[in-house]
Design a protein around this ligand. Sequence first.
Ligand SMILES: C[S@@+](CC[C@H](N)C(=O)[O-])C[C@H]1O[C@@H](n2cnc3c(N)ncnc32)[C@H](O)[C@@H]1O
Length: 216
Amino acid sequence: MSKEFIFKKDGDTIEFVGDFNGLYKSEQNPWEQSNDEDSILSKYYKSSRQTLYESIKDIKNIKNGCEVGCGLGYVTTSLNEIVKFDGIDISDVAVSKASKKFKNIEFFANDIGSNIFIHPKTYDVVVLNQILWYILKDMDNVVKNIDTILNKNGFLIISTLFLKNQKYGNEIIGSFDDLLRYWIETDKYRTIKANIDYGDDKEEYQDSILILQRKD
Ligand SMILES: C[S@@+](CC[C@H](N)C(=O)[O-])C[C@H]1O[C@@H](n2cnc3c(N)ncnc32)[C@H](O)[C@@H]1O
């Protein structure tokens, strides 16, 4: 990513820019979402997506799901093999590209961190896959908005990487334990699975998955 569309560095400080439309207009495949490159990031995504896929496959009696922060729709499409999945993304450019590519999936442009979030459907599973770092500042709204789209006893799945030397957002969520604590303290969820793979010393990305079930 040549231009600083998403994060801007100012000395030691990292500032969130969040120009997702700018990024999707300028790049065909940001974050290597199509997962067909031979890079470290792509390899990480492949294994992380497999964990996500297997975890959802293991959940019984679910009728539908939604990936929030679906980007170009590759993950949504793969999860749609298990159960009917929709996608939501803040970028209408990404949503338009995803809708053209994957015509059998319903994609919606919407901001999960907004204080005026309205969505026409509810789901048994809501997935946040590799989106945590972009919604950190709006977590209170994110919790409220997920409430409006996740059915009672439904599953919230957060799959995200943690960098070993994470420099952004540590004051809000600086570790996997912080992430788990954040959601449990809302008192709306019970923990079904909480896993982080710290990897070996060489590994830059630590993969994590959190599966929560809505209590009420
Ligand atoms: C790193 S990409 C991940 C895309 C996809 N989940 C995947 O794993 O391939 C993060 C996505 O989150 C979207 N996003 C960021 N903030 C969002 C928000 N507040 N509401 C909905 N989507 C958001 C971005 O537009 C981007 O497509």
